[in-house]
Design a protein around this ligand. Structure first.
Ligand SMILES: *Cc1c(COP(=O)(O)O)cnc(C)c1O
Length: 358
């Protein structure tokens, strides 16, 4: 079977961060009123902060260069040195950002659970543990959950964790880098998710397609402190409205995320038809984790073969691939991606069958 990809652009499923700004974003950037955000405020950044806070049902917002910095700022505000931060064990905060401990001096304690949740029994135990004598100052949940394949923790779970945190005098931070994907899946307004957090971070440069940026939201006093911490970290910028303008268009475009979810479900169907063990039957949002263990070949080998078919994906563990759908993946690209998997599977599953022969 041949697959000529020479005249087609690569189908880039490595991340939704590869999305480029839209024409509407460039238009808005050209005409956005600008000011010195460190001096007397950039009007477009203020507008983005206010609009995001409103969408999330919070009093105030703060524009940040990245969601990583938003999570760091939230941790620095909520937790002091030698205090404990309880994070979901598979979360981005723990797996990709725990180096922040060199700055926060706070200890991360991971609590696992299926689909991006925390085992409540383990959480109770962690909060009751007296051995370490560390006060738990913050808990963090992630929604949608990246490493849980875009799964959306149930609102009832978030409410339960939030209530327990409040009871123990700890803040709950929501890493909502893809919170609008979660809201789309749950068919609720974003504030119905955000109400379960004392602070919430959203990322503008994932499926929302802005070139960069994140917004942290919370109470007025939380954001006042966050603004001071942002300055300490060098995250305060000048005519930041230039990118905040793209962020405003990104927020307005959140309604299109459903298209990514529909195509992710379609890709899951295609892969399921190739080999049922590859994928979960019903992905919830725009991320699909592909389990290639049954082929006996590593994720890296799969990535290599898929790349020769014009499809870029990332290893997400030794035998797991991650595919992320986004604005640049249309129906045609989704079908072509499915076809590329068919070709890769024909090679890699057959190689196993030959090798396993007695
Ligand atoms: C991407 C991501 C981040 C970091 O966002 P950046 O803007 O790239 O720094 C944080 N949390 C989650 C869940 C993410 O997926």
């Amino acid at each position: 079977m041949t697959f000529d990809t020479s005249d087609l652009p690569a189908i880039d499923l490595r991340s939704d961060t590869v999305t480029l700004p839209t024409e509407a974003m460039y238009e808005c950037m050209r005409s956005a009123p600008l000011g010195d955000d460190a001096l007397d405020g950039d009007p477009t950044a203020r507008e983005l902060e206010g609009r995001t806070a409103e969408l999330l049902g919070k009093e105030a917002g703060l524009f940040l260069p990245s969601c990583t910095m938003a999570n760091l700022v939230a941790t620095l505000v909520h937790a002091g040195r030698a205090e404990q931060v309880i994070v979901q064990a598979d979360s981005h905060l723990y797996n990709a950002e725990r180096g922040a401990a060199v700055l926060t001096g706070a200890f991360f304690l991971p609590i696992g659970g299926p689909g991006g949740t925390m085992e409540m029994e383990a959480l109770h135990e962690a909060l009751d543990a007296r051995g370490s004598r560390l006060r738990t100052a913050m808990l963090a949940l992630e929604t949608s959950h990246n490493s849980a394949g875009g799964a959306v923790p149930p609102l009832a779970h978030m409410a339960e964790v939030h209530a327990l945190a409040a009871e123990r005098g700890a803040a709950l931070h929501i890493d909502g880098a893809r919170l609008f994907n979660a809201a789309t899946f749950l068919e609720v307004e974003a504030d119905r998710i955000a109400e379960h957090g004392d602070s919430v971070a959203i990322c503008l440069s994932k499926g929302l397609s802005a070139p960069l940026g994140a917004v942290l939201a919370g109470s007025i006093s939380f954001i006042e402190q966050a603004r001071a911490v942002r300055r300490m970290l060098g995250g305060q910028q000048r005519q930041v409205g230039l990118v905040a303008a793209a962020g405003l268009v990104a927020l307005d475009g959140r309604g299109r995320l459903i298209e990514d979810h529909v195509r992710t479900a379609r890709l899951a169907d295609l892969l399921h038809a190739v080999e049922p063990s590859l994928v979960p039957r019903f992905p919830e949002t725009n991320i699909l984790l592909v389990d290639v263990a049954a082929s006996g070949h590593s994720a890296a080998e799969w990535c290599e073969i898929l790349a020769t078919c014009g499809v870029l994906v990332r290893p997400w563990g030794r035998y797991t691939l991650r595919c992320v759908l986004h604005r640049h993946i249309d129906d045609g690209a989704t079908e072509r991606a499915g076809h590329a998997f068919e070709i890769a599977a024909a090679q890699l599953f057959r190689a196993r069958a030959v090798r396993d022969r007695p």
